[in-house]
Design a protein around this ligand. Structure first.
Ligand code: PLP
Length: 467
């Protein structure tokens, strides 16, 4: 019914508040009411306590670095509000992301507009909304900024050498060291202020030395700038930090490498402020996705080529497995599992309903709900016999999942149910509980009341945080 969208009865009978980023309107603007009792929609549980813990861990491991959360990674309001409340800054890639963080009261000096190639209207938007810190890596961008944002404080984004990152950014962005002098000279001629240097080693970086090399390169460009009369005072070391414990490199190892490189090339007291733009680090492990089996099909083991089904079975087993059971679930690669394509992940399911001891296992594959043969989530799985209505959960689903999902075939993004795990710092927990939307721990007892809007609470400075 109209008006009930934000209060939907959970199948267990618990009232929880949900965020439906893109959902809610049916044909002709009539709100869609979805009952979890009957619909069993896929949903996320987002543990904001995990986000809080990550923040404290960041401050402890990188004491000289101010984190600016990369909103592109996951712009759900609970995450953004939590980080705003903790005093983090924000890395925005577009006008919409700037509007999102400003709508919850983040001041413009805590925003960096990092897209090096911006549409002129969006540069003007940043100018009119007080966002001054912006990135660039080419001359055309400098010209646009000179004309549209005279008060901009620009950060020159340099390319990095990062073949061991899961998503390489320098194939698209970043000035080469050779072109930096010319860019700095052009900026002088155009009267554009350059305040610092940035880089991004690529998302999912497992090469510790990529950070050291990039920090050393940044030092060279600082010196180049000094020769041209610049007094740069900002180094942005980007993102690329792991977001889960199963990463090949631990966050603390990367942090130790960064700290050593900073001590060498930008020692304390050198007058350069350091910031970073972590994305996946903050959110990957906080989000768990639950999907529901909506259909099932057993593929007959006929000889190859005997009918169309078998060729599909062969296709599904292209990775070497033979999946005689196909399960269809209600989220897929055009939704939250877009990370399979865009982030090169291999999500693996956990059964919600525990099977009996030593159940027979069947070779199985998982497929999304769309009418597209590419919508395959996983294959080569060994699963017990599942039924329509059974739940599967996927952990570590916070980074580049919802953010890159679409409504292809008319499917909506799963609802996000916020929870606050125990163990996060008590004071922080209370503040976040007050600031965020109504949260209900799915497995916990307490119902956390919705209270103050974020704008009524002061944003804290990092000095006030125990690290
Ligand atoms: N900053 C910029 C400019 C980016 O393009 C990205 C990711 O693509 C990030 C920060 C966040 O990176 P990560 O999620 O690897 O920390």
């Amino acid at each position: 019914e109209p008006g009930v969208l934000r209060h939907i009865e959970h199948s267990a009978g618990v009232l929880i508040q949900m965020e439906r980023p893109s959902a809610g309107r049916g044909v002709g603007g009539v709100p869609l009411a979805i009952s979890c009792k009957t619909e069993k929609g896929a949903f996320f549980v987002a543990d904001l306590g995990d986000v809080v813990k990550k923040h404290l861990r960041f401050l402890k491991a990188l004491p000289r670095v101010r984190p600016f959360y990369a909103v592109k990674c996951n712009g759900s309001k609970g995450v953004v509000r939590t980080l705003a409340e903790l005093g983090a800054g924000f890395d925005c890639a577009s006008k919409t992301e700037i509007a999102l963080v400003q709508s919850i009261g983040v001041p413009s000096d805590k925003i960096i507009y990092t897209n090096p190639c911006k549409q002129i209207s969006q540069i003007k938007y940043a100018a009119s909304h007080g966002v001054q810190l912006m990135a660039f890596d080419n001359e055309v961008e400098l010209g646009k900024v000179a004309r549209s944002h005279p008060h901009a404080r620009m950060v020159l984004c340099i390319a990095t050498d990062n073949p061991r990152s899961s998503a390489r950014l320098s194939v698209k962005f970043g000035a080469t060291l050779k072109s930096c002098r010319r860019l700095l000279e052009t900026a002088k001629e155009m009267n554009v202020e350059i305040v610092g240097i940035s880089f991004h080693v690529g998302s999912g970086c497992i090469d510790l030395q990529a950070f050291t090399r990039s920090i050393a390169d940044a030092r060279l460009v600082f010196e180049m700038g000094a020769e041209l009369g610049y007094k740069m005072h900002l180094l942005d070391i980007g993102g690329g930090f792991p977001g889960t414990e199963n990463s090949k490199v631990r966050f603390e190892e990367i942090a130790a490498t960064i700290n050593s490189a900073l001590d060498l090339y930008f020692p304390e007291g050198c007058g350069v402020e350091i910031l970073a733009k972590p994305g996946r680090y903050y959110v990957a492990s906080a989000f768990t996705l639950a999907v529901n089996v909506i259909d099932k099909q057993e593929v007959p083991l006929d000889p190859p080529g005997s009918d169309g089904r078998l060729s599909r079975w062969n296709d599904a087993s292209s990775c070497g497995a033979e999946p005689p059971i196909l399960y269809y679930v209600n989220d897929g690669i055009y939704g939250s599992f877009s990370c399979i394509f865009f982030d090169h992940t291999c999500p693996s399911p956990i059964l919600h309903k525990k099977p009996g001891p030593e159940p027979p296992l069947f070779s199985s594959s998982l497929w999304g709900p769309s009418c597209d043969g590419q919508d395959r989530i996983a294959d080569g799985l060994q699963l017990p016999d599942l039924q329509v209505g059974d739940w599967l959960t996927f952990e570590n689903m916070g980074a580049y999942t919802i953010a890159a999902s679409s409504s292809f075939n008319g499917y909506q993004q799963p609802q996000i149910n916020y929870a606050m795990s125990r163990g996060s710092c008590h004071n922080q927990k209370k503040r976040i509980e007050r600031a965020c939307v109504l949260l209900s721990p799915v497995a916990g007892k307490s119902q956390i009341p919705c209270a103050l809007p974020l704008s009524s609470l002061p944003l804290e400075s990092r000095e006030q945080h125990p690290s």
